[in-house]
Design a protein around this ligand. Structure first.
Ligand code: BGC
Length: 711
């Protein structure tokens, strides 16, 4: 038999392999090749050799994290790993500031670098499919997985996800964008239906997936657990057939989330290519009779396999080892990448009296207190939880920076032992590290808006002991600060900063690095004022019953909770700016140790509707130290024939400037920047007339603005 897909290495390959081991340098990254007639022919030839039962066998995973092997065509199994913040499934790893922290960097170059590092970490563990990035929208601060996702804004998500995926895939690893779609809460995730109108879906919840497919050419997509408009994502013809595979032209593999398949026939017929982690529903017992009865066409099964084989062939998975001997499993080279992510994402929200930066020469004693000070809190909990080899806690990072001559007092809780309250009161500064952790913010459940029990009281007690109390907050989004924010001079949001978080916090607190993170989510005062709060829970009277057949073949009825997305387009800053109300801290906000000014906004007075528009302006570092600004461009459409959010982010640029320096920034706006989804016409539409372009440093502070007339 011909052996084109034999796993053992050919002699030439073995030689290259041996040379690499001997010499050290890394082989080329093995980015996927484009699809070609040869690949199509080979994939079809593979399918032609399979019986119906063998084909069906390949539609399900095996061993929790593998595609199935098929000896009849000498197809090996291929390996997967979770990885929003680190390639975590196969032992200790580098834990990065990913997800919401990546979004807080607003840095497309860093997104690519992070993707490349994850790709190399994956190769070093023989991983073919990386189960990330997650790009669901941070509709509410309660969603237990916001920390794994990006931001509340579709443009920011869509802009960052493209270089991230390109970075991963350039290393010869297929990225898997997830969870498609509308997995915006963890509570009741198997039985909750996101009931949402099409315009909201197209404008808010789908653009990051769309960019992943149409711009980054992602090779795998993962369907979510939840239902969308009453139909489970894994069998949702609108999401999978009409939009993903139809309109966006997705050519890769659509896999289920783990145990997110609920009906084998419906899934096969509505676009699901691969049931993970095992074929509980897409199996011979269900599908052979369905094919015989004409309920499922064998050609539909072939189409699923074609996508799987095509992807595996394009990456060369079948004829090269995924493991690259030049890649380190313990990667020293990745540490600076992890540090960069933390440094770029940590966001300074309050700095009264310019308490920060602290002068290390003047600090002789410091108190480091709180549950998140030690051990390091690198990420949230659940399937993304990456175990770093040697994570640096805030306690360790600050101690390393200050050296042996500074007295350090540490306490996880309220310091109330004999003499301790004195020590804390007299410390030159207190670093009080609170917030969430893998135990309190995690996949599978939603979290509270209030801090975990006891933390408000801890902050109040410590702030009463020492007015120089710096609060660092860990978490995937906003939290209730109402009991103590006015009692502390400094609030630093660290998100989940990965394994180098403690070093980054220390460098920022002591002025070795300008804080450069900007909020990727609006920061509410209370849960009640969040625009999704009144729509977050389903009303029991709206519940419906799904009558289906379980994996055991027996009838199964369960209750579906309908989550009405009545907040529609009013997510995050879209709500705040449209209502004219103000959150505690607005989307896009973040303080620096310097100040910036914006000037010279240039926009053409008019342009043909649909043609590209070039916007330019200057950003100047008007302060005394080097710093970083994220210039943000928002578009308003006051003459639209439909209601639109008051402003929407359509461009941004990260600039690094020495004191006194100015950078000229140019941003190109395409037709989509001015469009809304017209449900009647079923297309992106621009209503001609006046648009306003605003530029500034947050969704609320836009000192430059000018109108443009689109004809
Ligand atoms: C998660 C996915 C993850 C999968 C495999 C599921 O519980 O929702 O994001 O990729 O597990 O670990």
């Amino acid at each position: 038999m011909k052996t084109p897909f034999k796993r053992p290495l050919c002699p030439a390959f073995t030689l290259v392999f041996a040379l690499l081991l001997a010499s050290g340098p890394r082989a080329s990254a093995q980015a996927p090749v484009p699809d070609s007639p040869a690949i199509e022919a080979r994939a079809h030839a593979m399918i032609a050799k399979l019986t119906l039962e063998q084909k069906i066998e390949l539609l399900g995973g095996i061993g929790n994290m593998f595609t199935r092997p098929m000896p009849a065509i000498e197809l090996p199994q291929f390996k997967m790993s979770d990885a929003s913040v680190g390639v975590r499934t196969w032992g200790p790893t580098t834990a990065y500031a990913g997800g919401v922290a990546l979004a807080a960097t607003w840095d497309t170059d860093f997104a690519r670098k992070l993707g490349e590092s994850l790709g190399r970490d994956a190769r070093a563990r023989n991983v073919n499919f990386l189960l990330g990035p997650g790009v669901n929208i941070a509709r509410s601060p309660l969603s237990g997985r916001n920390f794994e996702y990006l931001s509340e804004d579709p443009f920011l998500n869509a802009t960052l996800v493209v270089p991230f995926i390109e970075g991963v895939q350039s290393e010869g690893v297929a990225a898997t964008v997830k969870h498609y779609a509308l997995n915006d809460q963890e509570f009741n995730r198997h039985n909750a239906s996101a009931d949402v109108d099409e315009r909201t879906m197209r404008e808010i919840y789908l653009p990051a997936f769309e960019a992943a497919v149409t711009k980054a050419h992602v090779d795998a997509v993962m369907n979510s657990y939840n239902l969308v408009n009453g139909v489970h994502a894994t069998q949702n013809d609108f999401l999978n057939l009409k939009v993903l595979k139809g309109e966006w032209g997705f050519q890769g593999v659509l896999m289920s989330d783990w145990d997110a398949t609920y009906d084998g026939v419906a899934a096969v017929n509505n676009g699901l290519d691969l049931e993970m982690p095992s074929p509980k529903f897409m199996n011979a017992k269900n599908l052979v009779p369905a094919v015989k009865a004409g309920q499922v066409k064998e050609s539909a099964i072939d189409e699923h396999l074609l996508r799987l084989f095509r992807t595996e062939l394009r990456y060369g998975f079948t004829n090269r080892p995924q493991f690259d001997p030049a890649d380190s499993t313990y990667s020293v080279a990745d540490r600076p990448v992890a540090l960069q992510g933390a440094l770029e994402s940590i966001t300074l929200l309050k700095n009264d009296g310019h308490l920060l930066p602290l002068d290390p020469a003047k600090v002789k004693s410091i108190a480091i207190i709180g549950p998140d000070a030690y051990p390091a809190v690198t990420g949230g909990g659940g399937s993304s939880e990456a175990h770093a080899f040697e994570p640096v806690s805030i306690l360790t990072g600050v101690a390393n920076l200050l050296g042996p001559d500074v007295h350090i007092f540490y306490s996880a809780g309220i310091p109330d032992g004999p003499g301790q309250k004195e020590v804390v009161a007299q410390a030159d500064a207190v670093i009080l590290s609170v917030g969430f952790s893998a135990a309190t913010e995690r996949e599978g459940s939603d979290r509270t808006f209030t801090l975990p029990p006891g933390q408000d009281a801890l902050i109040e007690a410590v702030a009463a002991m020492n007015p120089r109390t710096i609060v660092t907050l860990t978490g995937g989004g906003g939290a209730d600060t109402s009991r103590w924010l006015d009692k502390v001079p400094v609030l630093l949001h660290t998100w989940y900063p990965g394994q180098e978080g403690g070093t980054a916090v220390a460098q920022i607190l002591f002025g070795q690095h300008d804080p450069e993170g900007k909020l990727p989510v609006s920061f509410d005062r209370s849960w009640d004022e969040n625009p999704s709060s009144k729509w977050y829970d389903g009303d029991p009277k709206d519940s419906t019953t799904l009558n289906t057949i379980g994996a055991d073949g027996k009838p199964l009825n369960y209750t579906i909770e309908h989550i009405k997305y009545g907040d529609k387009l009013m997510v995050g800053y879209r709500y705040w700016t449209t209502t004219g109300k103000h959150p505690l801290f607005p989307f896009g906000f973040g303080l620096s140790y310097t100040t910036f000014s914006f000037s010279n906004l240039a926009v053409p007075a008019s342009a043909a509707s649909g043609s590209p528009v070039t916007v330019s302006f200057d950003v100047t570092n008007a302060g005394g130290v080097a710093g970083v600004e994220v210039a943000q461009l928002y578009v308003s459409d006051p003459s639209a024939q439909v209601d639109r959010p008051e402003r929407e982010l359509k461009g941004f640029a990260k600039v690094r400037l020495d004191p006194g320096a100015t950078q000229h920034v140019t941003i190109n706006l395409d037709a989509r920047a001015f469009s809304y989804w017209d449900e009647t016409a079923q297309k992106w539409t621009i209503d001609p007339g006046k648009f306003t372009i605003r530029v500034g440093d947050s969704s609320e502070n836009t000192p430059l603005s000018v109108d443009i007339d689109l004809r």
